[in-house]
Design a protein. Structure first.
Length: 133
């Protein structure tokens, strides 16, 4: 088998390709009092804004508390005085808190048809017991 030679140019090309494929790196975060939004700025020049008081744990925060926002590494936001953390990717996906906070309560969807079916099933003795083979 032949010998593989790794040149400095190959290493630099690999590093450049890796850097280009990463998600944008946040460089700054601040609370914009004029519009009530948290603003995240990225190294590539892009930015992202989210309404601060729409986030779980920050609904009743003061402007001063909201302004205490800090970057948590390269992935999150942190408010020390409120003990609140959010992942930037989650915020960008529209996740502003737990499912219950956001109004999604699994298994609680009801309709007249569902109620009627549950009553009929209950009159039959409920769900059949599983039998072991």
């Amino acid at each position: 088998m032949g010998e593989f030679v790794l040149t400095d140019e190959m290493v630099e090309a690999a590093r450049a390709a890796g850097a280009a494929s990463r998600e944008p790196v946040p460089t700054a975060v601040r609370y914009d009092r004029s519009n009530g939004r948290i603003v995240v700025e990225f190294a590539n020049g892009s930015g992202f804004m989210v309404p601060a008081r729409s986030l779980q744990g920050l609904q009743d925060a003061t402007d001063e508390e909201l302004a205490e926002v800090e970057l948590l590494g390269q992935t999150g936001l942190h408010w020390e005085s409120r003990d609140v953390d959010f992942r930037i990717a989650g915020l960008m996906a529209g996740i502003f808190g737990t499912a219950r906070f956001m109004g999604r309560k699994g298994g609680e969807a009801t309709s007249e048809a569902k109620v009627a079916a549950a009553r009929r099933n209950g009159m039959k003795g409920g769900r059949p017991k599983k039998t072991l083979p």
